[in-house]
Design a protein around this ligand. Structure first.
Ligand code: COA
Length: 244
């Protein structure tokens, strides 16, 4: 899978063929009309979830991301956005009731990412780089032994970016699987060293994870890390959107 950095703004909604994966990047910094338009697309459970956020900022981001997800799915499925129904696995991963399209989304700060494919599962993650006082303690609780060794081998000035690169790659993988953070995070290794291609290096009890999963890393914007994991070999990734 390539990881180009050009985000294209399509004139019309791009068709998604089997073997292709589309990654969309959208800004969540929009005006009240767009928030209202997104809210009008949400189902009762989504509206109830939006209400439960403590901070208005989180409610806005959730509402906009769900609205955008519905609009993008509607374009791929040629169906009204408000008619789309979701099902959830026990760990909360949303999916369509039929297997016609798989998708995943992530947001951090004011950027949202949406991944769509027609074959296999997908997982995507974005993280804004925030200074972390407890970077090493966090890494100890989240990373595998190999990842910790790689992180510690780097000069301090490179460790924050490497931390977020590693973290987004790990999250994209557990989101593709659908287990989220219930998946044992120390039982697989991803690459994190600068200049090293994004890769799933080892999954415990899986002899050749590289044959089953594709991983790509990209910069959603300056100061962010992003990663996508797709099930299956040789899928072609393209980048769409207009934020940043
Ligand atoms: C999924 C998870 C990794 C998200 O982490 P995050 O960095 O806070 O959030 P992101 O922005 O990257 O992703 C959130 C989106 O991922 C999707 N998502 C939710 N659960 C998911 C899962 N298990 N796997 C993949 N994607 C998931 C949703 O679309 C969610 O967006 P939404 O809240 O707008 O619906 C984390 O919340 C998790 O591990 N959840 C599972 C925990 C669990 O078992 N819960 C059981 C009760 S439902």
């Amino acid at each position: 899978m390539d990881s180009p950095t050009q985000w294209q703004l399509p004139a019309t909604h791009p068709a998604l063929a089997p073997g292709q994966v589309h990654l969309w990047r959208l800004s969540l910094l929009v005006g009240p009309e767009q928030i209202a338009a997104s809210r009008s697309l949400l189902g009762p459970d989504e509206l109830a979830k939006a209400e439960r956020f403590h901070f208005p900022r989180d409610q806005r981001r959730y509402t906009l991301a769900r609205g955008a997800l519905r609009r993008l799915l509607a374009a791929y499925l040629s169906r009204p956005a408000g008619d789309i129904r979701f099902v959830y696995n026990p760990q909360g991963k949303p999916a369509l009731p039929t297997a016609e399209l798989s998708f995943n989304l992530s947001h951090s700060g004011e950027i949202a990412l949406f991944a769509f494919g027609r074959q296999g599962r997908v997982g995507v993650d974005i993280e804004r780089h925030r200074p972390l006082d407890d970077l090493h303690a966090l890494a100890e609780s989240l990373f595998s032994q190999r990842e910790l060794a790689d992180l510690h081998s780097l000069p301090q000035a490179q460790q924050q970016t490497a931390f977020y690169d590693c973290w987004t790659r790990k999250e994209a993988f557990v989101k593709a699987i659908g287990d989220g953070l219930t998946y044992p995070l120390a039982q697989f290794d991803v690459s994190l060293l600068p200049g090293e291609a994004a890769a799933l290096l080892r999954v415990k009890e899986e002899a050749q994870p590289a044959n089953r999963w594709q991983m790509a890393a990209f910069a959603p914007a300056s100061g962010f890390s992003g990663a996508i994991v797709v099930e299956g070999q040789g899928q072609e990734l393209s980048f769409w959107g207009c934020a940043g």
